[in-house]
Design a protein around this ligand. Structure first.
Ligand code: MN
Ligand code: MN
Length: 465
C-alpha cells in the first residue's frame, strides 16, 4: 500500500539505461558514434561552421541570400563571419505566431595565440597565448595540443591552419615544473599554480644553420612556416589561432556508456540540435537553430548572441516571406519559444559537497532542464516561467523522453550563464536545456551517451510540436 502510494506520488529519479532495449541501446550508440566523428573534425567554431555548412547543404538547406522569396518548407541558413550560424525551416503557421528556437554555442574554452606570439628563450621557441574562457590553467600543461585557425594576409588571402590532429603531424605542449623542483609552486593556491603569462607553447628547439644571426631557433621556425604557408612574423597580427587538445573524442568506460572529448560544452548540444534539425521536413512553427560564438567570454562582439546579427537574420526571413511590417520582429520574438541548449554541470560523487543532491543533474538520467542559472540569490538569472516549464514538460512527457530538473551547484557556490537571457530579454520564453557534463571546461570533458540521445530526442520533439 505504502509502496504503491510512493510510486504514485514521488518524483523518482531514474537511471536512463534501465529498461533500455538492445535496439534503443544500438541507436544511442550509433548517434554517439556520429557525434564523435563530427567532433573530431570540428574542434573550433570555424571548423564547426565548415562541417555544418556541408551537412546542411547535403540536407537541402540553402543560404538565405540565394532565395528571393520564402515559403513554408524552405530550409535556409546564414553564416556570420565563419564563426556563428543560424539555420531555419519555414513553418506552415504564420511566423507571427512565433518560432521554435534552439540555441547553443560552438566556441569552447581554449588557448588563443597573442598577436605577437613567437619568441625564443635559451634555445627554445615558443608561442605566447591568452586563454579564452574559464579554464583551470594547470589542466592545460603537459597535454598534447594542436594548432587550429586562420591567418589572413593584407590582400585578403586566408590561410587555414590545422596541425596536430593527423597521426603524422607533430603536436605541441606547455611544459610544467618537475616535482623535484616544485616545492614553492606546490605551496601556491591551485588557481595561482600556473600563471596565465606562463602558458607558453613549446614549438621548436632546432637552430637555423648560420653562425652570424641571433635567435636562430625562432628564425628556423619562421623559415619553416614561410615555406609551408608563405607567411612572415607580421602575418600573425591578422590571425585567429587557437590551441586545443589534440586528443580524439573517445568512448569511455568498460560498458562504453560515455563519451570523453574536448569541447563538449557546448558542441554536444550544438551537434544534437543539428542532427535533429536535419531530419525534419515540415514543421508547424518556424524551426530555428542557433550556433553562436563567444558564449564563453560573455556573448559579446558581432559573432556573439548579444549582437544584432540574429535580428537581422529573422528580419530577412520576414522580408522574404513578404510579411514584414513595423514592430513585427518584436512581436515574433514575444510569441516565440526557446530551448537554450547548453550543457549542465553533472553531479560528481568525488566532489559531492558543491552540489545539492536533490537538485543536481546526474549523468545518464536524461536531458537536464535548468529553470535558472544564477547563484547567490538567483543573481543575473533568466528564470523560466512556470507556464513555459509546464509546456516543455508536457512535450517531454508525451514523447516519453527522460529528463531532470536541475540547478548548477549549491545556492552559495554555483553560478554561470548561457545565452538564455539574451532571447528572454527580447520577450521569448526560454529555458536552459542540455546535457550534463563531468569535468566541464577541462581539456577532456565527459558526457553520457544516454543523455546525448535524450538531447537529440528533446530537440526533435520541441521542433515538431
Ligand atoms: Mn556552455
Ligand atoms: Mn562553458
Amino acid at each position: 500500500m505504502g509502496e504503491e502510494l510512493k510510486e504514485k506520488l514521488f518524483n523518482k529519479r531514474k537511471n536512463g539505461w534501465e529498461k533500455t532495449t538492445p535496439e534503443q541501446k544500438q541507436e544511442i550508440f550509433n548517434l554517439s558514434k556520429k557525434y564523435m566523428d563530427f567532433l573530431n573534425s570540428a574542434k573550433t567554431e570555424r571548423e564547426f561552421i565548415k562541417q555544418t555548412k556541408k551537412l546542411a547543404r547535403s540536407n537541402g538547406f540553402k543560404d538565405i541570400m540565394e532565395y528571393q522569396t520564402l515559403k513554408p518548407g524552405d530550409k535556409i541558413f546564414f553564416v556570420n563571419r565563419e564563426k556563428s550560424m543560424y539555420l531555419a525551416i519555414i513553418g506552415e503557421e504564420p511566423i507571427e505566431k512565433g518560432m521554435h528556437i534552439i540555441g547553443s554555442h560552438i566556441d569552447s574554452p581554449r588557448l588563443d595565440l597573442k598577436p605577437n606570439p613567437i619568441y625564443e628563450d635559451t634555445g627554445l621557441a615558443y608561442f605566447k597565448t591568452h586563454y579564452y574562457g574559464g579554464i583551470k590553467k594547470y589542466q592545460w600543461t603537459t597535454i598534447p595540443l594542436s594548432i587550429h585557425g586562420v591567418i589572413v594576409k593584407t590582400n585578403g588571402e586566408k590561410i587555414e591552419i590545422n596541425i596536430g590532429e593527423d597521426e603524422n603531424d607533430p603536436i605541441f605542449t606547455i611544459t610544467d615544473l618537475l616535482p623535484h623542483l616544485a616545492q614553492e609552486q606546490m605551496e601556491k593556491k591551485l588557481k595561482n599554480g600556473i600563471d596565465g603569462e606562463d602558458l607558453n607553447l613549446l614549438i621548436g628547439s632546432m637552430p637555423f644553420d648560420c653562425e652570424k644571426v641571433q635567435e636562430k631557433v625562432k628564425l628556423n621556425i619562421l623559415n619553416i612556416l614561410n615555406q609551408k604557408y608563405g607567411i612572415t612574423e607580421a602575418d600573425f597580427i591578422s590571425s585567429e589561432i587557437e590551441l586545443v587538445p589534440a586528443f580524439k573524442a573517445r568512448t569511455l568506460g568498460f560498458d562504453e556508456s560515455m563519451v570523453a572529448a574536448y569541447g563538449q560544452d557546448d558542441k554536444v548540444c550544438a551537434y544534437t540540435s543539428l542532427a535533429a534539425l536535419m531530419e525534419l521536413q515540415n514543421v508547424k512553427n518556424t524551426a530555428v537553430c542557433i550556433l553562436s560564438d563567444k558564449e564563453e567570454i560573455g556573448s559579446m562582439g558581432n559573432t556573439g548572441m548579444e549582437s544584432h546579427m540574429f535580428d537581422f537574420f529573422i528580419s530577412e526571413i520576414l522580408n522574404k516571406l513578404g510579411v514584414n511590417k513595423p514592430n513585427l520582429l518584436d512581436k515574433v520574438f514575444c510569441f516565440s519559444k526557446m530551448l537554450s541548449s547548453d550543457v549542465d554541470a553533472a553531479f560528481d560523487p568525488i566532489y559531492a559537497s558543491v552540489s545539492d543532491k536533490h537538485n543536481a543533474g546526474f549523468l545518464g538520467n536524461g536531458i537536464a532542464l535548468v529553470k535558472y542559472t544564477g547563484a547567490r540569490g538567483k543573481s543575473g538569472a533568466s528564470d523560466a516561467n512556470a507556464e513555459f516549464v509546464a509546456w516543455v514538460r508536457n512535450v517531454l512527457e508525451k514523447n516519453d523522453i527522460k529528463f531532470q530538473l536541475t540547478e548548477l551547484g549549491k545556492v552559495d557556490i554555483g553560478g554561470g550563464g548561457t545565452i538564455a537571457y539574451i532571447l528572454a530579454n527580447k520577450g521569448t520564453d526560454v529555458i536552459d536545456c542540455g546535457v550534463p557534463v563531468l569535468s566541464m571546461h577541462a581539456p577532456y570533458e565527459v558526457t553520457s551517451k544516454f543523455d546525448i540521445y535524450s538531447a537529440y530526442l528533446t530537440y526533435k520533439a520541441f521542433w515538431k510540436e
